[in-house]
Design a protein around this ligand. Structure first.
Ligand code: G1P
Length: 292
């Protein structure tokens, strides 16, 4: 029997340089897709997967994230006084309950592996999830839920993967795929951001992971990798052959919201998925398309 996945880590310490000036004074995870910040999509996805504790690895200037997951007394008072119950519910229904959210700081920008390491004492010795908020996925069933279900079968590490154009391997962790069974693919090798000329496949790692706690000990042995940073991928590569290790081809459409075009695309796709604005927005899109 595999242990239940109860905790999720959200590395949110990144600087968001690709979105300057928007991210000069605002965390990139607060960028809204339609009317909801990226981080809230990620937290809601984790909740839908049965996660009970949400661990944010933050950094300087990320206070807005903590405020977002807290009460806002002035706003709530005003909404109450004006009888705006619908809006009040809209900001209450997803608020975490006491102690569900834990914050810790990544004190140096040393990479994703280092950010995950910062959560080691909060996670302890149990399987946990990692979600990267700028990978936003539109799906019927929350992707992390799909992965938790797969993890209950196979255990070990389960990481989200998708096929990408070969020339894009330099943007991702890339795996050497082994035997495939349904949606799971055995991971035989892993390398961070390989040049297309040496990439072992076009199966890219997407920002959803369920990891065995032994990753923390492995990360202790990882030095600076791609981009001069401590890469999670390098820690994971050390686990191949030690724990069951699978890629998971999720159902859903993934948008790279760390990239301007991906972010704009996500806004369109999520707007068209919303019953309340779909029709009106589709008209706008048709108008715009007519001017191209
Ligand atoms: C990170 C990981 C990479 C993964 C990617 C998915 O890279 O290091 O392995 O493929 O997320 O979005 P980053 O996008 O932070 O450079």
């Amino acid at each position: 029997m595999t242990k239940k996945v109860r905790k999720a880590v959200f590395p949110v310490g990144g600087l968001g340089t690709r979105f300057l000036p928007a991210t000069k004074a605002m965390p990139k995870e607060m960028l809204p897709v339609v009317d909801k910040p990226l981080i809230q999509y990620a937290v809601e996805e984790a909740r839908a997967a049965g996660i009970e504790q949400f661990i944010f690895v933050t950094g300087r200037g990320k206070g807005a994230l903590e405020d977002h997951f807290d009460h806002s007394y002035e706003l709530e008072d005003t909404l109450r006084a004006k009888n705006k119950a619908e809006f009040l519910d809209g900001i209450h229904s997803w608020l975490p309950t006491m102690g569900e959210v834990v914050y810790t700081r990544q004190m140096q920008p040393n990479g994703l592996g280092h950010a995950v390491q910062c959560a080691r004492h909060i996670v302890g010795d149990e399987p946990f999830a990692v979600l990267l908020a700028d990978d936003l996925i539109l799906s019927k069933t929350a992707v992390l839920k799909q992965m938790v279900d797969a993890h209950a079968e196979v255990g070990g590490n389960v990481i989200a993967v998708m096929e990408v154009p070969h020339e894009h391997t330099k943007r991702y962790g890339v795996l050497t795929p082994g035997k495939q069974s349904g949606k799971t693919i055995e991971v035989k090798g892993l390398v961070e951001k390989p040049d297309p000329s040496v990439a072992p496949s076009n199966y890219a790692v997407i920002g959803r992971y369920i990891l065995d706690a032994s990753v923390f000990a492995e990360l202790d042995h990882v030095g600076k990798g791609a981009g001069g940073e401590i890469q999670l991928t390098d820690g994971l590569a050390r686990m191949i052959g030690k724990v069951p290790f699978h890629g998971f081809s999720f159902e859903g459409t993934r948008f790279d919201c760390g990239d301007k075009i991906g972010f704009l695309h996500a806004n369109m796709a999520f707007a068209l998925d919303r019953a309340d604005i779909r029709k009106e927005f589709a008209d706008v899109l048709r108008q715009v398309a007519g001017t191209l």
